[in-house]
Ligand binder design. Structure first.
Ligand SMILES: Cc1cc2nc3c(=O)[nH]c(=O)nc-3n(C[C@H](O)[C@H](O)[C@H](O)COP(=O)(O)OP(=O)(O)OC[C@H]3O[C@@H](n4cnc5c(N)ncnc54)[C@H](O)[C@@H]3O)c2cc1C
Length: 473
């Protein structure tokens, strides 16, 4: 960890000018910093490549059609509209000149700063296999959530259509790769949607027969949670009908299947990727020390080495406390954002900055519509499971949702859906082809395998499609 700075010299403060604070990234860290800075004698610009803040912990609820995108996202402008000293710019930071204190954007605009806060978060990692991405979308943005929703809902629609047409349909296998909180939540929710929400909606297929397979490379689910909660999560998922596989490494992902190890092939109409995250590529562009994930190594006042005017926060920061890296979750990001505002306030007052200390209140993950696991660390220490954990999860997530309207709307929607099993956001937008559905024109047929019936009408037609395409070519 870099040494803390000695005397902090911010030229604007020395010269009696109002410092300009440039925040790159309007996520958890960025918006919390902006709110704190709104009360200070500084001018703030938040730059984000999107116009909205996304409450990522509820993305999977959009992906599985429980909530609509607007329920979990708010325009950044709206979040800071009352803060007169804060402006918002939609652009993407592409280059940093820390010597000249200047940032260049994708639009080719440039902006100078007195303070720079970088909080551009994290992104998916396919462990060097980025070509898997089209076949196994990850879940990080609203667009990702809508794409997963499209694929899951489309699979049921195509099955109904094919059943009507041919009397059979390919197995509705949904594969989730990665058994961390996102994978666990996605798998539980897909199972719920198939078994409960869709059960009365189709006439020719039985959605409840869908298989949900959760594949984790390590020895247990939720590796960052205490072991007893990992076990509870696995048991609860199995009760929901999810097939849980641990110690299984996915070695390839293609349209229609995934390979596990060298030999085992699992057919999949939809594959979702929840296996790896890496720091936003912006970290490496700063030209300061980064760790092997590309996260920026910061000191106790959240600065990279020798840069007291630069703060790096949230998922992009490698911050160690008690010999361990603070996890890439929302609580530290929010706390870091708030702390940056306090440190700038101290600078303005000519006081010493206090070091950042992460206050860990615990972690929780849902497993379907009424169970969860929670490792509560504050205001008491307890491992919760089942319905009490789910209720705690619900209250905490609703509380932290941005905007009063969202909180009420989401709470009412959940209560309504909980009792009625209805779901209002089951809409399919855009392309009507599914990479994993091999009988569609323009979609590759899967390789031969023990789990693929090459004599089925689906496969014969898929092969016919390929022949037709070759003839046309
Ligand atoms: C599916 C999912 C579920 C999660 N569940 C939980 C949970 O249950 N509990 C929990 O505590 N945490 C959870 N997390 C983690 C949590 O959401 C993150 O830790 C948190 O969002 C990090 O905040 P941040 O401010 O660092 O980055 P983010 O909130 O990701 O914000 C980064 C912002 O930077 C912007 N940006 C990126 N690059 C650029 C650029 N070059 N120029 C301009 N803007 C840019 C992005 O558009 C984004 O708005 C989850 C994450 C995901 C993806």
């Amino acid at each position: 960890m870099p040494a803390e700075q000695g005397k902090i010299d911010i030229p604007a403060i020395r010269e009696g000018r109002r410092p300009r604070v440039l925040i790159i990234g309007g996520g958890f860290a960025g918006t919390h910093a902006a709110k704190g800075l709104s009360k200070l004698g500084v001018d703030v610009t938040i730059v984000d490549r999107r116009n909205h803040f996304t409450f990522q912990p509820l993305l999977y609820q959009v992906a599985l059609a429980v909530l609509s995108p607007a329920d979990i996202a708010s325009p950044i402008r709206a979040i800071v509209s009352k803060a007169k000293n804060v402006e918002v710019l939609m652009d993407e930071a592409v280059e940093f000149d820390l010597e000249r204190r200047r940032v260049k954007f994708a639009s080719s605009a440039e902006m100078d700063y007195d303070y720079l806060m970088v909080a551009t978060g994290a992104t998916h990692s396919y462990f060097g296999n980025d070509h898997w991405a089209p076949f196994a979308p990850g879940l990080k943005t609203i667009e990702d959530a809508i794409e997963i929703r499209r694929r899951v809902l489309l699979a049921f629609e195509l099955a109904e259509r094919e059943m009507l047409e041919t009397g059979s349909h390919p197995p509705l296998n949904f594969v989730v790769v990665g058994g961390g909180p996102t994978g666990v939540e996605l798998a539980g929710a897909i199972s719920d949607i198939a078994k409960h929400y869709m059960r009365h909606d189709f006439r020719h297929i039985d959605p409840a027969k869908a298989r949900v397979l959760l594949i984790e490379g390590g020895p247990r689910l939720l590796p960052s949670y205490p072991e007893d909660l990992s076990k509870v999560a696995a048991d609860q998922l199995k009760e929901l009908g999810v097939e849980v596989y641990t110690n299984k490494i996915v070695s390839d992902v293609q349209a229609g299947y995934v390979m596990v190890g060298d030999k085992q092939r699992i057919d999949a109409v939809v594959t979702a990727w929840a296996a790896g995250v890496t720091a936003s590529p912006v970290g490496k562009k700063l030209g300061v020390e980064t760790d092997k994930r590309g996260a920026v190594v910061v000191n106790r006042t959240l600065n990279p080495e020798g840069r007291p005017e630069v703060f790096v926060c949230g998922d992009l920061a490698h911050f160690e406390q008690d010999g361990r890296m603070v996890p890439g979750v929302a609580q530290p990001a929010m706390q870091m954002g708030v702390h940056v505002a306090k440190m700038i306030e101290a600078d303005l007052a000519g006081k010493k900055r206090d070091p950042f200390h992460y206050f860990d209140k615990g972690d929780m993950a849902t497993i379907g519509r009424q169970t969860a696991v929670a490792d509560v660390k504050w205001p008491f220490r307890k491992h919760l499971k089942g319905f009490p954990a789910w209720l705690t999860w619900l209250l905490v997530h609703v509380y932290f949702l941005i905007g009063f309207r969202n909180r009420i709307v989401v709470m009412l929607q959940w209560i309504w859906q909980y009792f009625t099993f209805t779901s209002g956001a089951r809409l399919i937008y855009g392309d009507q082809r599914l990479p994993g559905w091999t009988s569609q024109p323009g979609v590759h047929a899967p390789m031969e395998s023990e789990t693929t019936d090459l004599t089925s009408p689906r496969m014969r037609r898929a092969q016919g499609v390929e022949v037709e395409k070759q003839k046309a070519g």
